[in-house]
Design a protein around this ligand. Structure first.
Ligand code: ACO
Ligand code: KIV
Length: 515
């Protein structure tokens, strides 16, 4: 059975989702989880696009040992040089250069003739090969490019040293039949095509990204690109977890193998959703909350008699477990450390102590502490930049009644260490709380989105709030977890402001990432 390579771009194309901004610690946590998931290549960012992206790619390149780390570059020497500085310490430095080949992109965006595009692509790939052992070249908007022009440029770029040729459906326009034909055509037409791996990269604008990716594999692609939960520019990219499970369950039809560890799917999906603030729709294939739920009587009856009547994927295959009860109130540090390592976390001593204290505090308030609860606490602590001065919630109280005006009283310590407190009203409890927090902080904030979810099930489930706001005009996300919804909301508000400090103080993230 042909082995195909899986190229994850959650940290680059996925991060291009509107409203997503990950800091370096968060990117590093996702990268470590992608390594556990078994991706062959991970695109860690676009190093020339910002100092933060450069540092994030560099840290991931230095840390990840079991996957090839790559970064994106335009067909420009300065982008390639910057990418080399970020990637040179990777186990197998790899560059991803793109240049558009469709008439509309060449004419209006690049303002280049087709001959100039060929010349630039050839020069830049050969320049990149002087540094990088692996160079992927992407013909941006390949699916709307002229087939013969595409065949010509691909042949020349391969001669210039490209090792992978990617044919993206950049705007999500193609159909499975057309996209399959594109790959077959290049296989049959380009004389030196067997020297390289062909790669598929699909967007979901018409809801066909996964089907198109699989059509490419059936027609000669040896690599498939996508993101976790299908996040990405506009309607997103092909969802890697869906491709992985489709290839596994329908191996009779799609006889390809990958290095992916399917039981890491759920955890990878949860982590990406939590850190990006992009909730997974309940009905999403493979990882949605309802993917394994059976609601109607006839289905339930069938499943009770034989689960295979209505279940083509077992929850265990993708790592969805019945929430095991875990450590309790009287558990000690050793058992706790053992458990968190099984959950895939490695915490430095200081963070381990903080995690243990948070766990103990939770056992006082919550009857059952589940793997999901622990995962949430540990992710928060692992991605906390302890060295930065920040706002800390000291205490709060909200008075709410159907016949009086909701009022919140809040006490905080400011980044300078001063305790401040005040009270404000609002139309509802959250508004009263947010008005009070806004009155206490110096920054000018504007809330643009607010979402509340529960982690796990049951009345005592932890609450998780995700918000989007602008802080002094800069868009940031915030998230907060607590047993109480209002406390989770307050934490999310302060988390957003504290994360905004990080955008202006990347060195603090760098120090913490080194711990
Ligand atoms: C299909 C994709 O997903 S491609 C990746 C898209 N991702 C991103 O754009 C996110 C990161 N981008 C950024 O931070 C910024 O756009 C930067 C730093 C890369 C560039 O910023 P700026 O220098 O301000 O340029 P801006 O983004 O406005 O315009 C892009 C320029 O790159 C050119 N360009 C676009 N693609 C390429 C390419 N593949 N190779 C060379 N030049 C290119 C455009 O023609 C334009 O050039 P011009 O200024 O001569 O008209
Ligand atoms: C850079 C390329 C591969 C891309 O993201 C696209 O074309 O969608």
């Amino acid at each position: 059975m042909p082995q195909i390579k899986v190229f994850d771009t959650t940290l680059r194309d996925g991060e291009q989702s509107p409203g997503v901004n990950l800091n370096q610690l968060e990117k590093l946590e996702i990268a470590k989880q992608l390594e556990r998931f078994g991706v062959d290549i991970m695109e860690a960012g676009f190093p020339a696009s910002s100092q933060g992206d450069f540092e994030g790619v560099r840290k991931i390149a230095q840390t990840i040992k079991n996957a090839s780390v790559t970064g994106l570059a335009r067909a420009k020497k300065s982008d390639i040089d910057t990418a080399w500085e970020a990637l040179k310490d990777a186990v197998e430095p790899r560059l991803h250069i793109f240049l558009a080949t469709s008439p509309i992109h060449m004419t209006y965006k690049l303002k280049k003739t087709p001959e100039e595009v060929i010349q630039t692509a050839v020069e830049m790939v050969s320049y990149a090969r002087q540094k990088f052992p692996q160079v992927e070249w992407s013909a941006e908007d390949a699916s709307r490019s002229d087939l013969d022009f595409l065949a010509k440029i691909i042949e020349k770029v391969i001669d210039a040293g490209a090792t992978v040729i990617n044919l993206p459906d950049t705007v999500g326009y193609t159909t499975p039949e057309e996209y399959g034909h594109l790959f077959r055509y290049m296989k049959d037409t380009v004389p030196n095509i067997d020297k390289v791996t062909l790669s598929a990269h699909c967007h979901d604008d018409l809801g066909m990204a996964v089907a198109n990716s699989i059509a490419a594999l059936e027609n000669g692609a040896g690599q498939v690109e996508g993101t976790i939960n299908g996040i990405g520019e506009r309607a997103g990219n092909a969802a890697l977890e869906e491709i992985a499970v489709a290839l596994n369950i329908r191996n009779d039809k799609y006889p390809f193998i990958t290095n992916l560890v399917l039981k890491e799917i759920k955890r990878t999906s949860d982590l990406v959703s939590k850190l990006t603030g992009m909730a997974v729709p309940a009905n999403k294939a493979v990882v949605g909350r309802n993917a394994f739920a059976h609601e109607s009587g006839i289905h339930q009856d069938g499943v009770l008699k034989n689960a295979a009547t209505y279940e083509i994927i077992t929850p265990a295959l993708v790592g969805v477990q019945s929430n095991d009860l875990i450590l309790g109130k009287h558990s000690g540090r050793h058992a706790f450390k053992d458990k968190i390592e099984k959950l895939g976390f490695q915490l430095a001593d200081e963070k381990l102590t903080a995690a243990f204290q948070a766990f103990k505090k939770l056992t006082d308030r919550k009857k059952e502490v589940t793997d999901d609860d622990l995962f949430s606490i540990l992710t928060e602590i692992q991605t906390d930049v302890a060295s930065i001065k920040k706002y800390v919630l000291q205490a709060f109280q909200v008075q709410y009644g159907s016949s009086n005006l909701p009022t919140a009283t809040v006490a905080l310590t400011t980044p300078e260490g001063t305790r401040v407190e005040t009270a404000c009203t609002g139309q509802g409890s959250v508004e009263a709380l947010y008005n009070t927090l806004e009155a206490l902080v110096k920054e000018k904030v504007h809330l643009t989105d607010y979402q509340l979810n529960s982690i796990g099930q049951g009345r005592d489930a932890l609450a998780e709030a995700h918000i989007k706001m602008t802080v002094n005009g800069t868009p940031v996300n915030g998230r907060g977890t607590a047993q109480d919804v209002l406390e989770a909301s307050a934490n999310a508000f302060l988390n957003a402001i504290n994360r905004a400090f990080l955008l202006t103080n990347q060195s603090a993230v760098k120090e913490t990432a080194q711990m």
